[in-house]
Design a protein around this ligand. Sequence first.
Ligand SMILES: Cc1ncc(COP(=O)(O)O)c(C=O)c1O
Length: 278
Amino acid sequence: LPGDWRSGVDAGAIQAKLSDDADHQIKAVCVVHNETSTGVTSDIAAVRAAIDNASHPALLMVDTISSLGSMEYRHDDWGVDVTVGGSQKGLMLPPGLGFNAVSARALAATASASLPRSYWDWQKTLASNADGYFPSTPATNLLFGLQEAIAMLLEEGLDAVFARHARLAEAARRAVQAWGLELLCRNVDQYSSSLTAVQMAEGTDADAFRRIVLERFDMSLGNGLGKLAGRVFRIGHLGDFNELMLLGSLSGIEMGLAVSGTDYQAGGVQAAIEFLAG
Ligand SMILES: Cc1ncc(COP(=O)(O)O)c(C=O)c1O
């Protein structure tokens, strides 16, 4: 289902599509919880409700790669069948680990699935996991890192971690708005706590701006992807991140705006400081 890339998924459209699928050709609804390329989140519970309202058996599969450990996410409560996570974002680890949370319905679906698979076969993994092993060589170094990452998250407390990210994200958005730039995410209730995507004015080359920030201040900003290439830059604020790190990022952007000759208003960093110190 196409979207506008500035809003979360439309649960109503999903419900309509499923209601039209009388002979149940659709096997799964796949949704990204936090879209890393746009900084837009989607309401997963609403998608579950849409599937249920359509009385459709499709499985609900959710990508939480850039939300897991940074924003509230509830696999069981939201009735998700397959959740996919990764090590490289909110879990503060290098890339290399992937995680699946799998419902009983999704596990049952593997029994009749005819897609050839070996490495990705959950049954093999589950059988080995029962004894504390893996069917292939596990990335033990990353698993030791994961143990520590989880200890850090639980020591701070998940609610406190989520609140920290939400607060830093709000400070970032205040800076963007003070600069007179546009948040890519249209809807207040869909703002991401992991990252903020900023749309530059029509005719401004966001990649040229990112290059200046990289060359002058040694800071790499995320780019716009696909049809947003050259229009957008992204500010990451997930994982092991605090006020001073954010203010460093925002200062680099504000200096970049000045150096690049972009049309903007000074004061974004100050707006963030006022929010964070308030
Ligand atoms: C939301 C989301 N999904 C999927 C991916 C792809 O993950 P990987 O590169 O580990 O395959 C990423 C990027 O890391 C992501 O941010």
